[in-house]
Design a protein around this ligand. Structure first.
Ligand SMILES: Nc1nc2c(c(=O)[nH]1)N[C@H]1C(S)=C(S)[C@@H](COP(=O)(O)O)O[C@H]1N2
Ligand SMILES: [Mo]
Length: 245
């Protein structure tokens, strides 16, 4: 209650201050500019935090195609796949207070989110699927980001045409409620072609941001010096880093 009345008091003071500034010419212009900025910031923020559409299970595509890498071409991956990914680890590292090394069991025991969403690939196809996994925000909260962390980088086990696939997002997308580390598709363990055993779902973004075959999540202050420096495999080859749908 105390905090609330303090905020109400501050609000009243700010409004009184504003109306005094608004009386004079330059003040009025400054206020109009500030209001304009606020309106734009508000719209931007609302757009960034809004939920992506979710669908009924009836809308799920009969088959969710694979794109890009359809497997990881290493003996280690084939052995891991054969063992049901018993030895797979998702490392959470970089600018975190508590680095984590999560097993598939650890991932499955976290609170889960299930969402039926549409995936849009820039190559011109879409598919609807039901994804399940813990929210990325939950994992990052457990690891405790350090104040310098600005981006989250996703490391993948595969190489695409010889180069390691990787991706990155900012903290707004990282803590978005529909951003999950998925280990199930349509009620089954993630198929090999769709990124087994773990892939990112970042539902406000285009397909190439949804990194498959996840091995590590790295909190960083800057994207400089990572891969080609543009923040992702396709970004290094000219695609937009912020690929909102
Ligand atoms: N590790 C990795 N992640 C990746 C890719 C890839 O080649 N390697 N391709 C991307 C692209 S372009 C798309 S459209 C989606 C495809 O996901 P899907 O194979 O489940 O359809 O994964 C994205 N994530
Ligand atoms: Mo894509």
């Amino acid at each position: 209650m105390k905090r609330r009345s303090l905020l109400v008091g501050l609000g009243a003071a700010a409004v009184a201050g504003c109306s005094r500034i608004a009386d004079s010419g330059p003040g009025a212009r400054a206020l109009a500019a500030a209001e304009d900025w606020h309106r734009k910031a508000q719209r931007l923020f609302a757009a960034r935090t809004a939920l992506a559409p979710e669908y009924d299970r009836a809308a799920i595509s009969p088959s969710f195609r694979g794109n890009g890498s359809l497997t990881v071409d290493t003996d280690a991956y084939r052995a891991s796949l054969a063992s049901g990914f018993a030895d797979w680890r998702l490392n959470v590292r970089g600018l975190v207070r508590h680095p984590l090394s999560l097993s598939m069991d650890n991932i499955r025991r976290l609170p889960q989110r299930t969402q039926v969403t549409r995936h849009d690939c820039v190559e011109g196809w879409s598919a609807i699927g039901e994804w399940t996994g813990p929210q990325l925000g939950l994992i990052l909260s457990a690891a405790q980001l350090l104040p310098q962390a600005k981006y989250v980088v996703f490391r993948c086990a595969d190489r695409l045409r010889g180069a390691p696939y990787y991706e990155s997002i900012d903290l707004i997308d990282a803590f978005h409620p529909q951003t999950i580390v998925a280990h199930r598709l349509n009620g089954e363990p993630l198929p090999e072609r769709n990124g087994a055993p773990l892939r990112l779902r970042v539902e406000r973004q285009l397909g190439y941001k949804h990194a498959k075959y996840l091995t590590a999540i790295e909190a960083v202050a800057s994207l400089d010096g990572i891969g080609g420096g543009a923040g992702g495999y396709w970004e290094d080859r000219g695609y937009q880093w912020y690929a909102g749908v």
